[in-house]
Design a protein around this ligand. Structure first.
Ligand code: SF4
Length: 58
């Protein structure tokens, strides 16, 4: 399993950071970045569904 964000698609809405701030954070360019491939706070398999522009893949 490899969690990825397509920076070309990301519109910086922050929904993924709201979903799990242990796995996602916003960078200085206003795009989301993956900071953990797994954690105890969320089910990452649900994360692609929360992105409005389908930028997240697992
Ligand atoms: S939910 Fe999608 S569009 Fe919004 S910040 Fe995260 S990766 Fe970017």
């Amino acid at each position: 399993m490899a969690l990825k964000i397509d920076a070309e698609k990301c519109i910086g809405c922050g929904a993924c950071v709201s979903f799990c701030s242990d796995c996602f954070e916003m960078n200085d360019g206003g795009k989301a970045e993956v900071i953990a491939q797994k954690c105890d706070s969320c089910d990452l398999n649900d994360s692609p569904g929360i992105c409005p522009v389908q930028a997240i893949t697992v």
